[in-house]
Design a binder for this molecule. Sequence first.
Ligand SMILES: CCOC(=O)CCc1ccc(S(N)(=O)=O)cc1
Ligand SMILES: [Zn+2]
Length: 265
Amino acid sequence: CSKVQEAGEYNTKMHPMWQGPLVVPGGDRQSPIDIVVRKSVFDSELKPLLTNYDPRTCQQIWNNGYSFLVEYDDTADKSTLEGGPLQDKFRLCQFHFHWGESNAWGSEHTLDRRLFPAELHLVHWNSNKYSLFEEAVMEENGLAVIGVFLKVGKRHEGLQKLVDALPAIRHKGSVVEFTKFDPACLLPTNTDDYWTYHGSLTTPPLTESVTWIVMKQHIEVSHDQLAVFRSLLFTSAEEEIQRSMVNNFRVQQPLCGRTVRSSFS
Ligand SMILES: CCOC(=O)CCc1ccc(S(N)(=O)=O)cc1
Ligand SMILES: [Zn+2]
């Protein structure tokens, strides 16, 4: 399988984050992918997801120059994910989004090549086996990321608190305190139906350490809420040329014979 990023990754390759080695050691379980729905395999052993998030562990929101991240205190098993395809307990460390410059594209995963305007990633690490995220990120069973597609429609009331905080972190490197936010409000009502496969981080270090759990049901956000995402900047306040934070997604990667399992038939 391709061990070097697709030539078409112009957007992401041009972004400073992508400078450096684009060859991924191994490189046969990269993410994101196109989920071909009719080729996914129903697995009756897959359990419902069990999320137990404590809003009191929410700490800050910041612009890392590629997306914005809401970070959680992951020094104890206070906000956790288990069940689904997972054998262990995983600790929530952050969530972030990927989006486009237009509503026509922006998601990282696709469903039968269908693009969504944005995609939410809730990032967890295996606290049964490892003691730090930085350790788990290098291990095959180290991470679990829940992916949720966003569609443009009615305003998402739970998201608005986060949207209202974005103007304060417009530039790369800015951070503000952000507390008492329950990420469960961003999950779809149905979390029993999902696809799962073994993949990687979609940004450097691109390590193949992620059990992906992609929700079948999307959430709706308003056009105006997405427009505020696009008002963020890739660049720091000191830089001469300001660049809008849009199209911060990676192109789909080769499946390389992997099976995508579904929790529903
Ligand atoms: C060793 C430090 O590694 C990191 O900070 C990786 C952070 C990171 C977390 C999640 C993702 S995603 N888009 O695949 O959900 C990409 C990168
Ligand atoms: Zn992501």
